[in-house]
Write a protein that binds this ligand. Structure first.
Ligand code: MG
Length: 161
């Protein structure tokens, strides 16, 4: 079994008048993230980590929002497409580890639900998905509550599950 590793990163600006979607779920908060569709940076970072591990171009290149087929597509739908792409190449997801950087809201009450949603979408075990939430100690754009950023690392293997 050969392992391949990928890394993904994403950041979206917080703004009023939008719902907050993170890790495939909606979280109650006064602001939401700006971007196409649900603008979910955690799912976008995971997509890029998986695509990177598979040796594929990033989500922007694979699913351009200028293409009407992908305009306003839900992030979980993109994740499903990435999963299909991996399966078509005979690649199986080993595990996904992530860090969410958000000064607010407090994310610990939602981490389990996010893990379950991501694991169910990818049909992998819940303990194959890890979500760590950090504030940025008030520093920089994320620390000032202007944006939410996410990092993701994925390990995939060449033997189908
Ligand atoms: Mg994004």
């Amino acid at each position: 079994m050969t392992y391949r590793i990928g890394i993904g990163y994403d950041i979206h600006r917080l703004t009023e008048g939008r719902k907050l979607f993170l890790g495939g779920i909606q979280i109650p908060y006064a602001k939401g993230l700006l971007g196409h569709s649900d603008a979910d940076p955690l799912i976008h970072a995971i997509c890029d980590a998986l695509l990177g591990a598979a040796g594929e171009p990033d989500i922007g290149e694979n699913f351009p929002d200028t293409d009407p087929a992908y305009e306003n597509i839900e992030s979980l739908e993109l994740l499903k497409k990435v999963d299909l792409l991996l399966k078509a190449k005979g690649l199986a997801i080993g595990n996904i580890d992530t860090v969410v950087i958000a000064q607010e809201p407090l994310l610990s009450p939602y981490k389990k639900q996010m893990r379950q949603k991501i694991a169910a979408t990818l049909k992998i075990k819940e303990d194959c998905v890890s979500i760590k939430a950090k504030t940025n100690e008030g520093l920089g754009a994320t620390g000032r509550g202007e944006a939410i950023a996410c990092y993701a690392v994925a390990a995939i293997n060449t033997k189908e599950a």
